[in-house]
Design a protein around this ligand. Structure first.
Ligand SMILES: [Zn+2]
Length: 342
C-alpha cells in the first residue's frame, strides 16, 4: 500500500493544552508520526511518497473560506500583538447570545472559529495544516488513478473540524476534503467510516444534509466523552441527508467484543450504501492504554479491524486521525494496515 507522508508538520509543536485542571504538553505531537512511520516500515510498508501541492479549492467546498483564511492568518496576527514564541488560543467562545461574526481582532476570530482550547496555533501550524490537506488530496488522486488502497498519513488530524470551527487538535477536515475530492473526480457516493475513539463531529456536521456522503462513526458516547454535545444515535442526518449519518456511541470501558459488533453494523450499512470509495478516519485512541481514550481495545484487535474493512472490497483511503499511546501507537496503526493488506 502506498503511504503518503511529509515532514512538513514538524514545526506544529511546542504548545500546551488544558487537561481539566492542568496545562500539559500537547498529546498530539510530531513524535506520533515517528512511531507510525517506524512501525509501518518494520511491517514492510516502505512505499512512502510525498504529497503533491494543491490549492484551497476543495477545502473551500467543505469549509467556509473565511474560516480557512483565519487558519492561515491566525498566527501572524497573534505574532503582531505578542511577538514570536508562545501560542495563540481563544479566551472566549462565540456562545449563545453573542455575536458570531469576528471583527479585525485575532481574539474575536479565535472566539468564532475555534470551539475548544485544544487547537493552539504556533508558527508552523498553517504549514502543517496545508500539508495534511495535500496528503489527503494526493491519496484521492492515487485512488482515482486506480490504486486499490492508500494511506494518507495526515498530521494534524481533521475529524473534529466542521465547516467553520476548529477544535480537538483538528483545523481542516482532511477526511471531508478527501471525500469531496472523490466526488469532484466522479465518485457518485462516498462513505466515511470513522473509527477514532472520539465522535467525528466535524465530519458529521459537514455532510449532515447530504446523501452523496454517508458518514458512520464508532465512538465513546457523549455522556462520557469529548465532544460531549454530539454523537448521539438520534443524529441521523437532515433533509436530503436524512438516513445517511450513523452514530454508534458506546460507553467508556467498551471492549473489542462489543466494539466489533458496532463495526459490523457500520460495515453492513456501508455495504448497503454501495459507495464508489471508502474513506476511513483511522484513529487508534480506542486502545486500552491511550491517555486520551477510555475503550479497551488491544493491539491484535487492530489487525482484525483491518481485515473486516478489507472484506468490504472497496477502494479505500485511510486517513490518519487520533492515537496517543506512544508505545503502542505505531503497532496499532501498522496492524490495521497489515490486517487490510493480507
Ligand atoms: Zn480521537
Amino acid at each position: 500500500m502506498k503511504l503518503i507522508y511529509s515532514d512538513d508538520h514538524r514545526d506544529h509543536t511546542g504548545a500546551k493544552e488544558m487537561r481539566y485542571d492542568q496545562m500539559i504538553p500537547m498529546s498530539e505531537s510530531p513524535e506520533r508520526m515517528n512511531m507510525i512511520m517506524t512501525a509501518l516500515a518494520e511491517a514492510g510498508f516502505t512505499d512512502v511518497i510525498p504529497p503533491a501541492t494543491y490549492g484551497l479549492d476543495v477545502a473551500h467546498q467543505v469549509h467556509d473560506p473565511a474560516f480557512v483564511s483565519f487558519l492561515e492568518r491566525c498566527y501572524p496576527l497573534w505574532e503582531d500583538e505578542f511577538g514570536t514564541g508562545g501560542f495563540a488560543t481563544a479566551y472566549t467562545f462565540g456562545m449563545r447570545g453573542m455575536d458570531q461574526v469576528p471583527n479585525a481582532s485575532v481574539h474575536s476570530m479565535l472566539s468564532c472559529y475555534t470551539f475548544d482550547v485544544c487547537v493552539p496555533f504556533v508558527k508552523g501550524t498553517w504549514q502543517a495544516i496545508r500539508s495534511a490537506k495535500d496528503i489527503a488530496l494526493t491519496g484521492v488522486d492515487l485512488i482515482q488513478d486506480g490504486e486499490q488502497a492508500v494511506f494518507s498519513i495526515c498530521r494534524p488530524p481533521g475529524h473534529h473540524a466542521s465547516q467553520d470551527m476548529a477544535g480537538g487538535y483538528c483545523y481542516l477536515n482532511n477526511a471531508a476534503i478527501a471525500a469531496q475530492a472523490h466526488r469532484n473526480k466522479g465518485a457518485k457516493r462516498v462513505a466515511i467510516l470513522d473509527i477514532d475513539y472520539h465522535h467525528g463531529n466535524g465530519t458529521q456536521a459537514i455532510f449532515y444534509d447530504r446523501a452523496d456522503v454517508f458518514f458512520a462513526s464508532l465512538h465513546c458516547r457523549p455522556e462520557d466523552e469529548y465532544p460531549f454535545l454530539m454523537g448521539y444515535d438520534t443524529e441521523t442526518g437532515f433533509g436530503p441527508g436524512k438516513g445517511y449519518n450513523l452514530n454508534l456511541p458506546m460507553p467508556r470501558g467498551t471492549d473489542f467484543r462489543a466494539w466489533s459488533k458496532a463495526l459490523e453494523i457500520a460495515l453492513h450499512r456501508t455495504r448497503n450504501y454501495a459507495p464508489d470509495v471508502l474513506v476511513v478516519s483511522l484513529g487508534v485512541d480506542s486502545f486500552a492504554g491511550d491517555p486520551v481514550g477510555g475503550f479497551e481495545l488491544h493491539s491484535p484487535d487492530y489487525i482484525e479491524i483491518g481485515r473486516q474493512i478489507r472484506a468490504l472490497d472497496l477502494s479505500t483511503q485511510f486517513i490518519m486521525e487520533g492515537g496517543y499511546a506512544m508505545e503502542a501507537l505505531g503497532t496499532n496503526v501498522a496492524n490495521v494496515i497489515k490486517g487490510y493488506s493480507h
